[in-house]
Design a protein around this ligand. Structure first.
Ligand code: NDP
Length: 285
């Protein structure tokens, strides 16, 4: 159990809704294991209050926070500086407050995706072929920027709203291309990975109706959604025999650099945060 003192360093996660977030479970387990005087709490912020909330924390009374749906674009806009990967993604999931009143933004979602692939699909090489990202929102943007950065020869953005797919592909540069959902089979044809970064399938909702059978047999299929852990999308991939990567591993991998940004050191080894998260989700660890 984390103890609270007069010097406790506070970090957290901001979103709406936020009660479902697993991030406090991960960060507080790491804090307890490391014996750090810190705490990580959820902040539920109303949609029209985000900028006011962020401004009120200038000066470092809070070390920083993660940002989740629907505030990732606003988080980037609220910051005074941003890492190249956050600028490229047009979205931030980390804000850090300095004592001089400035705010720095980062985007660790891309590191989360690449880290999850490294753990659950260790043979995967982002340089080996085209990668398809379904969706064009905050999560998709971070992942797309990371794959471009990692030398992926073509990042294909497939989105329900075509304009958003084309805009994101345009921003990513010549190594990216936009598609509509109707064109998914074309985008899948020679893909080395397909990643669901839409919110379809979240909380047991209907999954995306896309023809995963059009992917090559070795194509790795990932879903960013981790509630449920086995989404209809991942179940379809498993039925086809495709290797899969889950959204929980992404959540853990994006949390590692976030923890470093807030608490100044890497999370300690020796705490099985995946097991803790699975137990919190009510799943067998
Ligand atoms: P956004 O709201 O920014 O984007 C949502 C995207 O999903 C849009 O591209 C939207 O398309 C698309 N979409 C929503 N519903 C449907 C549907 N029924 N059919 C087709 N497309 C749909 O959300 P985020 O990018 O922030 O998050 C997306 C998902 O990824 C969420 O479930 C989130 O929990 C998860 N996520 C998980 C992370 C992790 O660490 N595991 C990290 C980040 C995100 P359109 O443009 O047409 O509206």
């Amino acid at each position: 159990m984390t103890s609270i003192s007069g010097k406790t360093r506070v970090a957290g996660v901001v979103g709406q809704p936020i009660a479902h977030s697993l991030s406090p479970v991960l960060h507080n387990a790491w804090l307890a294991e490391a014996g750090l005087d810190g705490v990580y709490v959820p902040f539920a912020v109303e949609a029209d209050s985000f900028f006011r909330f962020v401004d009120s924390l200038r000066g470092g009374s809070v070390a920083g926070f993660n940002v989740t749906l629907p505030f990732k674009a606003e988080a980037l806009a609220a910051a005074d500086s941003a890492t190249p990967r956050a600028r490229m993604a047009h979205a931030a999931n980390v804000l850090v407050f300095a004592a001089d009143g400035t705010i720095a933004a980062d985007n660790t979602d891309g590191l989360g995706v690449l880290g999850a692939f490294a753990v659950q699909a260790p043979g995967f090489d982002p340089k080996a072929g085209p990668v398809v990202i379904l969706g064009a929102g905050g999560g998709a943007q971070g992942a797309a920027a990371a794959f471009v950065d990692a030398g992926c020869p073509q990042v294909r953005i497939v989105n329900r709203t075509e304009d958003k797919a084309l805009d994101l592909a345009d921003r990513l540069g010549p190594g990216a291309r936009g598609f509509t959902l109707d064109q998914a089979a074309e985008a899948f044809a020679d893909a080395t990975a397909v990643i669901n970064a839409t919110s379809a399938g979240l909380n047991g909702g209907p999954g995306l109706d896309v023809p995963l059978s059009a992917t090559p047999a070795t194509c790795v299929v990932m879903d960013m959604v981790y509630k449920p852990l086995k989404t209809p999308f991942l179940m379809q991939a498993e039925r086809l025999g495709r290797p899969t990567v889950d959204g929980l591993e992404m959540l853990i991998r994006q949390a590692i650099p976030s923890f470093e940004a807030f608490f100044g050191q890497a999370p300690p080894a020796g705490v099985d945060v995946r097991r803790l998260a699975l137990l919190t989700l009510g799943l067998d660890a």
